[in-house]
Ligand binder design. Structure first.
Ligand code: SF4
Ligand code: SF4
Ligand code: SF4
Length: 267
């Protein structure tokens, strides 16, 4: 992508930004995140269909923020994560430059947040097609079968928290699982405690998950934990007609009260 490299080089040369967050090929050819600070190294940046990591997770890391103003290579999930981070006051729109990438892999001209919002609004924001079939299969199960499925899957969890670390919305400096006074979630990895951890995380992501699938990709034991948050994404859309990451002024559905909210879930 010559125009991506050219734009990144310009931004670093004229000191508009101090770091460009993007993708590069590692020594074995595996795609990995790149943090380019030297304009002469902008040529390392690549973009192809294997560049699927949600890079927005780095926007709240102090080690990256310490570089100064950031530019970021941003596919739709990254743009939506940026919207969420701004609306949750974790990021200032002025502190980043968005190097947008279209669905067909071309560089977009994203001059400001309003243009990015316009692009997001025109996009399909439902869960990605590859996960819809899995969610549909799960939704065919009755509650007992569903519970048994998740019990089996979550019993494999080793509580490494890679899913949390990979998620741009899990930016809390002290996650609830690390609070021990009181101890909300058992430290040890056992089926009961694992289920508590995943229910807690899914509820914290309800109305905030932008369906990037990064948590599931990060799991070393192959637990499809992204399906839990994506299921809630569907539920939130069904009941509130809202998708996360569509505006820099989003209200969280689970912490916003509207007098005309449906209360049909209260028995
Ligand atoms: S899919 Fe997973 S990693 Fe991506 S925003 Fe949702 S919870 Fe976070
Ligand atoms: S699981 Fe909840 S408390 Fe922990 S980092 Fe994610 S949002 Fe924060
Ligand atoms: S990444 Fe996988 S094993 Fe690690 S805490 Fe998350 S679900 Fe459990």
């Amino acid at each position: 992508m010559d125009n991506l490299v050219k734009r990144a080089k310009e931004l670093l040369e004229n000191k508009t930004v101090q770091v460009v967050i993007g993708y590069e090929a590692g020594p074995t050819g595996v795609i990995r995140p790149a943090f380019i600070t030297d304009p002469e190294k902008a040529g390392k940046l690549i973009y192809n269909d294997k560049c699927d990591q949600n890079l927005a997770v780095y926007l709240t890391k102090k080690e990256v923020k310490n570089f100064g103003k950031m530019a970021i290579v941003a596919t739709l999930p990254v743009m939506r994560s940026i919207m969420m981070l701004i609306s949750e006051q974790q990021l200032f729109a002025e502190s980043i430059v968005v190097l947008g990438i279209s669905a067909d892999g071309n560089l977009l001209d994203i001059a400001d947040i309003n243009i990015m919002q316009g692009y997001i609004e025109k996009s399909d924001l439902s869960n990605p097609e590859k996960y819809k079939a899995l969610l549909a299969e799960l939704n065919k199960l009755n509650p007992e079968e569903k519970f048994a499925y998740w019990q089996k899957e979550l019993s494999k969890c080793i509580k490494c928290y890679a899913c949390r670390q990979a998620c741009p919305m899990c930016y809390c400096t002290r996650c609830t699982v690390e609070v021990n006074q009181p101890q909300w979630i058992p430290v040890q990895a056992n089926t009961h405690g694992n289920m508590e951890w995943h229910i807690l995380r899914a509820m914290h992501l309800a109305g905030r998950c932008i369906s990037c699938g990064e948590c599931g990709r990060a799991c070393p034991v192959g637990i499809p934990c992204h399906l839990l948050t994506m299921q809630l994404t569907d539920q939130v859309y069904t009941y509130f007609k809202v998708y996360a990451g569509t505006s820099d002024k989003m209200n969280s559905v689970l912490s916003t009260f509207e007098p005309n909210d449906k209360e049909s879930f209260i028995i």
